[in-house]
Design a protein around this ligand. Structure first.
Ligand SMILES: NC(=O)C1=CN([C@@H]2O[C@H](COP(=O)(O)OP(=O)(O)OC[C@H]3O[C@@H](n4cnc5c(N)ncnc54)[C@H](OP(=O)(O)O)[C@@H]3O)[C@@H](O)[C@H]2O)C=CC1
Ligand SMILES: CC(C)(CO)C(=O)C(=O)O
Length: 313
């Protein structure tokens, strides 16, 4: 089995920098971060810190630079940024390049496949990580783990090569027995916690201690459970319950990625959470009242932010 020797990452944010710093330590210059000049300038101005510790410099490569394709490409942008990221990562993806997308939601792998036709896309997601980013300062209390696998459940050479890399780099990971189910269960959790936390501006502490909030979050999750029946994924109450201890372990003052977007005035991933739930609900004639409201409110919050930004200072 050939070792993975070169890795390219696009998206040096909360997730990308948390896991990427481990790969950077292991691979040095063979770990490349794809970023345009404006980003490189910004990233060099204030060095990356993880939990307060300054990180060794990253090896940046601009999207225009022609390079040998990497053994592994990791996407860690937000969903709305993925299309652009794929274009900018094109020189890094060859026929044999393995691709991992750490994005939340259930659509990024298919989106990448449609754009690249690559045959080495592994399905993946990260769980149990509570990374919060303030520009280039990233904090987490737990790295959680990256769960990944082949959509057809086979333990392929690609899967084993990634395992070997992550184990050596100290990136916690798990080969999922049924990654499509795992991805959907995570989607269900994001639909619940990311959106309700964004609306209420609530860190994890409130979810851990206010039963009514926890219940509201799960009511959004149960809409995903009902939809999952119709797409052949069959999430159950057990999947909902499985996320309770995971939530209890997150840092009380930590924030979901969607709450971080709202607080930073960025566009959210609502289209990929409630947007997807409402779309599938309509398709299969399943009511999704909680997600309908979350969708509306989060859109209004985004509009309010746009309005605020358009005001003269
Ligand atoms: N934060 C968390 O705890 C978790 C997040 N996730 C998921 O992981 C994904 C990433 O989230 P998160 O890390 O929080 O998001 P961030 O916003 O912190 O990071 C995204 C990063 O991508 C960069 N980026 C976007 N487009 C490009 C591009 N074309 N070229 C180079 N860099 C680019 C952004 O750069 P810049 O800042 O310069 O714009 C930003 O640093 C999301 O899907 C999220 O839902 C999953 C589990 C937990
Ligand atoms: C599950 C959670 C809330 C933290 O891992 C997440 O995925 C996010 O913040 O997007």
């Amino acid at each position: 089995m050939q070792k993975i020797q070169t890795v390219s990452l696009i998206g040096l944010g909360a997730i990308g920098a948390s896991y990427g710093s481990k790969l950077n330590q292991l691979l040095g210059d063979q770990f490349r971060v794809i970023a345009n000049q404006e980003r490189i300038h910004r990233y060099r101005e204030s060095r990356f810190t993880i939990n307060g510790e300054e990180q060794p410099a990253f090896h940046y490569v601009t999207p225009e630079t022609k390079v040998e394709p990497a053994d592994l490409v990791i996407f860690a942008t937000k969903n709305a940024e993925l299309r652009n990221a794929m274009e900018e990562a094109q020189y890094h993806i060859g026929e044999d390049t393995i691709i991992l997308s750490l994005l939340n939601g259930i659509s990024s792998e298919e989106e990448i496949y449609e754009a690249t036709n690559n045959k080495h896309i592994l399905y993946s997601m990260c769980v149990g990580i509570d990374a919060v980013r303030n520009n280039t300062a990233i904090r987490y209390s737990s790295l959680g783990k990256i769960c990944y696998g082949e959509r057809d459940k086979s333990v392929s050479e690609d899967v084993l090569r990634v395992k070997e890399l992550f184990d050596t780099a100290g990136v916690p990971c798990e080969i999922s027995e049924d990654i499509w189910h795992t991805l959907w269960a995570k989607f269900m959790f994001n639909v619940g916690i990311n959106q309700t936390s964004a609306v209420l501006k609530a860190p994890y502490d409130y979810f851990q201690n206010i039963p009514a909030l926890h219940e509201w979050m799960e009511s959004a999750m149960y809409e995903v459970v009902r939809i999952s029946e119709h797409v052949g994924v069959h999430l159950t109450e057990e999947d909902v319950k499985q996320y309770r201890p995971i939530l209890q372990k997150l840092s009380p003052d930590g924030q979901t990625s969607m709450l971080q977007d709202i607080l930073a005035g960025r566009k959210t991933e609502v289209e990929y959470f409630a947007g997807k739930v409402c779309e599938l609900g309509q398709k299969y004639n399943i009511p999704t009242p909680v997600n309908d409201q979350l969708y509306k409110i989060i859109h209004i919050l985004e509009e309010m932010e746009k309005h605020k930004q358009s005001q003269p200072v």
